[in-house]
Write a protein that binds this ligand. Structure first.
Ligand code: GSH
Length: 95
């Protein structure tokens, strides 16, 4: 079951940083994260437009954790610094 969603682009350094934080630094299993590489998808532009309608964010990475919109990489890193990210990830890493 995927509890984290990351709309990404393969060439986006902020996406690389966000995915590196999740997978390398925080050891989130790949099985818990749905990563869509929008630039490789036929409907990627439409998905990005739909995300903008949902959360007002135009850029990637566009991150959700347990259905909660987190924002981009800068938002993710800020949550990490305050310790809130570890809290959000706790139930995901526990099972
Ligand atoms: N402050 C944002 C973050 O930390 O996530 C920066 C994200 C950003 O600028 N992403 C670029 C983007 O989405 C790609 S590297 N550009 C518009 C687009 O690709 O449609």
């Amino acid at each position: 079951e995927k509890e984290i969603f990351v709309a990404s682009k393969t060439y986006c350094p902020y996406c690389h940083a966000a995915l590196n934080t999740l997978f390398q630094k925080l050891n989130v299993p790949k099985s818990k994260v749905l990563v869509l590489q929008l630039n490789e998808m036929k409907d990627g532009v439409d998905i990005q437009a739909a995300l903008y309608q949902l959360n007002g964010q135009r850029t990637v990475p566009n991150i959700y954790i347990n259905g909660k919109h987190i924002g981009g990489n800068d938002d993710l890193q800020e949550l990490r610094e305050t310790g809130e990210l570890e809290e959000l990830l706790e139930p995901i890493l526990a099972n």
